[in-house]
Design a protein around this ligand. Structure first.
Ligand code: PMP
Length: 470
């Protein structure tokens, strides 16, 4: 007798063939399709679930590249986009204005990280994806000094293990060889300060010592390049694409102070870690002394709840004022056609409403504790070197896989072991994309107890693949 699923399986196969006939997928060696990496055609999303065209349900353990906050197809965000689409779908943002762009800027500035005694972030510039937002921040920093006559400040400092996007400027401040090596001749020459990464640190005191050692090295770098650096860019608390490497918040305080002492602007890239991912609304808030405030703050991914591409770059009044002049060349002439798109802004406003109305941060604290309890079961697994957590992110770092190592840096599902783990997790009902040697959980915030169990079961299945004789 024919299974009821057979027509769906056939339909999924048809879609796979149609897809591979025309699509070139991101971050993929297309040769791995269809054999090593079977495509998963998705029919719809339902909360934390992705439902395949063949009827299979998999839990989105990576929030679809860290974008989704409240679950897929969240009705309140979907409705907000629908209402906005019937009113105004898109309009040029130069010379024209619209309510969602203004309201979103007001609300972002109201919740942005603040530091006592420092003038708050005061202006919002919109780009339409994370990499573009990083370009905006880098160009703004350089141009601000240029307008002040400080033409020698042409360099950026980034951290080792950093990732800030794929466009050439963003790639220049990234330190993942597989992504940057080929393009190196095209890139800006950034300075890379050692990451405060606390990998292997046995306790908080040791992690704090890593932070201070890295800050001391940064101080020496700044002293060696007086008047040359316009900005330092970092991902506060958690380097995501760099392998979910975590650092002690003391580093952020030291960096803020060092940037001030050397007149260097601080760019916080909270594209992946913002909007509650690390436990607070923004990661910068966790720095000692009540948090730090960057000079430029990049927000994207979860900004729209994961519905539409948008980036907001928040800047201080002082930076904004540095561009006011009679000359157009001193203005920030950067633009993107979809800057401040009304649909994306409406989605972001609805997502902010949900964060507040549903008291999502409080629920996340509870969920994070449940994630910790489940992850604790993997600490003694023979393949596991370290289990660590920051808020709603759990990372399970494996002993290095010498057979498929990529310069010791995390690369998504690199090598055979990564692929085997990815497939094993998928077969067990969860989408987990290892970053090199790091298996991680970064689920939508709406995940419930039963779904957390699916994550744990899928992780156990993936880890079976990591055992030496597997
Ligand atoms: N910065 C960080 C920290 C990121 O994680 C990413 C995306 N993974 C980006 C920037 C780039 O964003 P996008 O993919 O939207 O260009």
């Amino acid at each position: 007798m024919k299974s009821v699923h057979e027509p769906m399986i056939a339909a999924a196969d048809t879609w796979r063939a149609r897809d591979l006939a025309v699509l070139w997928h991101p971050c993929t060696q297309m040769r791995e399709h269809p054999g090593a990496l079977p495509l998963f055609p998705v029919a719809r999303g339902e909360g934390a679930w992705l439902v395949g065209m063949d009827g299979r349900r998999v839990l989105d353990g990576v929030s679809s590249w860290w974008t989704n906050l409240h679950g897929h197809a969240e009705p309140r965000i979907a409705d907000a986009i629908g209402r906005q689409a019937h009113r105004l779908e898109q309009v040029i943002l130069a010379g024209f204005s619209h309510a969602p762009a203004v309201e979103l800027a007001e609300r972002l500035l109201a919740v942005a990280p603040r530091e006592a005694g420092r003038a708050p972030l005061a202006k919002v510039f919109y780009a339409d994806n994370g990499s573009s937002g990083v370009e905006v921040a880098l160009k703004m920093a350089f141009h601000w000094f240029y307008n002040r006559g400080e033409h020698r400040r042409t360099r950026f400092i980034a951290l080792t293990g950093s990732y800030h996007g794929e466009t050439l400027g963003a790639l220049s401040v990234g330190d993942i060889p597989l992504y940057r090596r080929v393009y190196a001749p095209l890139l800006l020459e950034a300075l890379f300060a050692p990451s405060p990464d606390a990998f292997g640190a046995p306790d908080a005191a040791a992690a704090e010592a890593c932070a201070h050692a890295a800050a001391d090295a940064l101080a020496a770098m700044l002293e060696a390049h007086p008047g040359e650096v316009c900005a330092l860019i970092l991902e506060p608390l958690l380097q995501c694409a760099g392998g979910m490497r975590m650092h002690h918040p003391a580093y952020l305080r030291r960096v803020r102070d060092l940037c001030d002492a050397h007149g260097v602007l601080l760019i916080a890239d909270e594209i992946a870690v913002g909007f509650g991912r690390t436990g607070t609304l923004f990661a910068c808030e966790q720095a000692p002394g009540g948090g730090i405030q960057p000079d430029l703050l990049c927000l994207s991914k979860g900004l729209t709840g994961g519905f539409l591409p948008l980036c907001a770059v928040l800047a201080t009044q002082a930076i904004y004022d540095g561009f006011l002049d009679d000359s157009r060349e001193r203005a920030f002439l950067h633009s993107h056609s979809y800057s401040g798109n009304p649909l994306a802004c409406a989605a972001a406003l609805a997502s902010l409403d949900i964060l507040q109305q549903d008291d999502v941060l409080a629920r996340n604290r509870d969920t994070a504790a449940k994630m910790a309890a489940r992850a604790a079961g993997f600490v003694d697994h023979p393949a596991v070197a370290e289990v660590r957590q920051t808020g709603m992110v759990v990372a399970i770092e494996l002993h290095p896989d010498t057979a498929s190592a990529e310069d010791g840096h995390a690369v998504e599902i690199a090598g055979r072991r990564g692929l085997r783990m990815y497939r094993a997790a998928l077969d067990a009902g969860a989408l987990l994309r290892p970053l090199g040697d790091v298996l991680y959980w970064m689920p939508p915030y709406c995940i419930d107890d039963a779904q957390l169990d699916v994550l744990a079961t899928a992780t156990a299945a993936a880890l079976e693949e990591a055992l030496p004789c597997a």
